[in-house]
Design a protein. Structure first.
Lengths: 362, 263
């Protein structure tokens, strides 16, 4: 216990000398609160009651562990029970969770109850030592270090010292070169800008339904309709590349509104419109951070992104009307081919997906 | 048993069994085929149904939609809306509308199915439009559940959530939960596009595709939920709230109990 007590100072009722403690700023430490004995300290009945409570918790915990084993073996995992508020759930999950969880809780609670009610609750002053080593230890360490420095010749052998420092200075260079290649590409491979500017939509590429890959005629889409679409060649490209990169860039949606409702489009002329009788095609990849969006609200013609609530007005060039997106959704120019199916006029004329550093750089 | 076993080994058994099997396959095919081939045509409504529907419409709907169903400044025209739209809006309790708002709320259904059919018949008689499905069109016994899941995730999950529990849209509108939707309501919603929902026509999402989606939604509805409290399956928002309020709250209470001096 406290070994810094000085004679003639106060002691508590347990005989522990608390001493005249001093705070680091030189002021005397506040006097400890008077110790109040607990009921279990003065009343043997209360102590026995606390003992019973603690042991009961431990016994119930043991029983719950056994119940866990019984439930694990005995309850069929397919049995489902209905509970108020919670609804239906697996009886096995419920029994296993309750028994093991309560057992763990009761062991912990019992230990704490034991400590609080029965273990000694006297105030104890814990002494803290100075972290600094003794002056002898410090002198010893310094002399060992200096002896090492002299014996190794680090101070006197200049050629070794300088060559070591040179190699350590050069060591971070590979890291710099590797990081540099993230944005400076060799001339023979496409730059990130080129990779992200192109999708597999090309002139005459059939527009097909996503999932079922069926070509679409204009009359298949009613006013107010929405179709999630991909290029017809996507299946083959995905098979050849073995990745979903092409899908991530080319996924699109078709919506149809009455031509009078379209206030503006991103391009096209009277002879070569970008829409087909009110059918408009847009990228499905949000220009904010690239969530796929098809939450088209047909009454307002707004496209809503579920991730950050960016909202685009598809009747007005897909302009951003709300949310964090900085660019409109790119429009895909479409027309019909000789067989009457919807096809792309060209690739997207703007970058699909989220903006990036080199966007617009050549 | 022994006599059965003896007969089973008779040389003619194979031929008889083959014939029986072929007959059964043919009969089942004929029954199913006749059902699905009539899918495009609207149900045949009787004259009395149209007449009854006209009267019911005049009483319950015409104040907003007009006596001829032509619509008004506060309600859309029903000419060309089709029987499917009437069936969906009235059988889910969305119509008749209690008060105008951003979206018609689901409430108690006040018409019987026969009355709904009659009104659907009258609206269908105004102009051709999306028709209510026949029972054969809603038969999902042959539907592809896995394909239904893929189509659901591509076309429906964005608004109605992956679990079909619905989700928020903009301007006070929301995609409703699908947990109480009947196959007929799922079908009629897809072909008519009620409120903010776009139309998914039978050309781009075929009857078979729709059957697959209905089968998938039915499997979501029948999900036993082994984990217990699903917290509406809304994802991190409700789960986070639950952990921060209930979980952290319980930890704080225990910490206080540990720290308080015993009496």
């Amino acid at each position: 216990m406290s070994d810094i007590a000085t004679p003639g100072t106060t002691a508590d009722e347990h005989g522990h000398d608390l001493g005249d403690l001093e705070l680091p700023n030189g002021r005397p430490a506040p006097a400890p609160l008077p110790h109040e004995p607990r009921r279990a300290d003065v009343d043997p009945k209360a102590a026995r009651r606390a003992e019973r409570q603690v042991s009961t918790m431990f016994i119930v915990a043991s029983l719950l562990v056994l119940a866990f084993l019984a439930a694990y073996i005995g309850i069929d995992k397919n049995v489902v029970i209905a509970l108020p508020v919670i609804g239906t759930m697996s009886a096995s999950n419920l029994a296993l969770g309750l028994t093991l969880g309560l057992a763990l809780f009761l062991i912990g609670a019992g230990a704490i109850h034991w400590a609080k009610k029965l273990m000694p609750d006297i105030e104890v002053v814990q002494e803290r030592h100075i972290l600094e080593s003794s002056p002898t230890d410090r002198e010893e360490a310094i002399s060992v270090f200096q002896a090492g420095a002299t014996e190794s010749g680090f101070g006197s052998r200049k050629i070794i010292r300088r060559s070591l420092i040179t190699s350590l200075v050069l060591l971070p260079l590979p890291l710099v070169i590797i990081l540099r290649d993230m944005w400076v590409t060799p001339s023979d491979s496409p730059s990130p800008n080129e990779l992200l500017s192109e999708t597999i939509w090309t002139e005459g590429e059939r527009i097909v339904t996503d999932g079922s890959y069926r070509p679409i005629r204009p009359e298949d889409i009613p006013v107010g309709g929405l179709v999630n679409v991909v290029p017809a060649s996507l299946e083959k490209v995905e098979e050849a590349e073995g990745t979903l990169n092409a899908r991530a860039k080319a996924a699109s949606i078709l919506v149809r509104m009455t031509p009078a409702e379209i206030r503006s489009q991103q391009g096209g002329s009277a002879e070569e419109p970008w829409d087909v009788q009110g059918i408009l095609a847009f990228s499905k990849i949000c220009t904010h951070v690239g969530c796929p969006i098809s939450l088209y609200q047909q009454r307002t013609h707004q496209l809503l992104c579920p991730c950050h609530q960016s909202t685009f007005d598809l009747a007005d060039s897909a302009k951003v009307v709300f949310g964090p997106a900085a660019r409109r959704m790119p429009q895909l120019p479409i027309t019909v081919d000789s067989e009457g199916y919807l096809v792309a006029r060209s690739d997207f004329q703007e970058h699909v997906g989220p903006s990036f550093w080199e966007q617009g750089a050549s | 048993m022994n006599s059965m076993a003896a007969r089973r080994r008779h040389p003619a058994t194979l031929v008889v069994m083959l014939l029986l099997g072929l007959l059964a396959t043919g009969a089942i095919y004929a029954a199913v085929d006749s059902g699905t081939s009539a899918q495009a045509a609207d149900q045949k409504w009787s004259e009395t149904q149209v007449e009854t529907g006209k009267k019911l419409f005049a009483e319950g709907c015409s104040s907003c939609h007009g006596l001829g169903g032509q619509g008004s400044s506060i309600a859309p025209t029903l000419i060309g809306a089709g029987s499917a739209a009437v069936d969906f809006q009235v059988s889910t309790g969305r119509m008749p509308l209690a008060a105008p708002g951003s979206q018609a709320p689901v409430k108690g259904v006040i018409y019987s199915q026969a009355e709904i059919d009659a009104m659907a018949a009258w609206v269908a008689s105004l102009a051709p439009g999306p028709a209510v499905p026949s029972d054969a069109m809603l038969d999902t016994s042959k539907a592809d559940l896995a394909m239904g899941g893929e189509l659901f995730r591509t076309n429906c999950a964005q608004c109605h959530s992956f679990a079909g529990k619905g989700g928020a849209l903009s301007d006070g509108t929301a995609a409703p939960t699908l947990m109480n939707a009947t196959p007929r309501q799922i079908y009629t919603a897809m072909v008519t596009g009620p409120a903010s929902m776009p139309v998914f026509s039978n050309a781009t999402l075929t009857i078979e595709d729709k059957q697959s989606i209905i089968k998938w939604i039915s499997s979501l509805q029948a999900n036993d939920n082994p984990g217990g409290l699903s917290l509406s399956r809304l994802g991190p928002v409700t789960e986070g709230l639950f952990v921060w309020v209930i979980g952290l709250g319980a930890l704080i209470i225990v910490a206080i109990w540990i720290g308080v001096k015993a009496k």
